[in-house]
Design a protein around this ligand. Sequence first.
Ligand code: ZN
Length: 152
Amino acid sequence: MIMEVSCDVKEIKEKDEGRSYEWPKPDRCPHCSGVRIWGHGFVWAFFECFLKGLYLKRYRCPCCRCVMRMKPRGYFQGFSVPVETIRASVASRVNGEAWLKDLGRGRQRHWIRALMRQVTAHLGLGWRNRLLEGFDDLIGKGIVPVSRSFKT
Ligand SMILES: [Zn+2]
């Protein structure tokens, strides 16, 4: 289970890549509401904007064995590029402007294509010319707008 926490990614990086950062600890287990939460090491995750990566803190609930992984807010699950950057790329294309530099056209094209599919599937064909609105709308619905997989 991934829990998004508000924290400064830069600050995490400076604290030993996350290992000596004071990660927020959940008050209770989101799965069983147990209040005993134990540390459960770290997991290495690669973040594009830092070229290196960060250690993300994990906690474990001894009651239901659920593992919680702390992830800085601002990233879609499975994506190493910040949400804002992806949105900026989409906005640029929607406005008929160039692809963003330093990101690679292929990937940005993938985002647009995936977004088109997600918007069509979840919001309907009428949204295809309102992609940026659709992007925000899907986030509000808890859907990763540029995901290649579909949640039902
Ligand atoms: Zn639990």
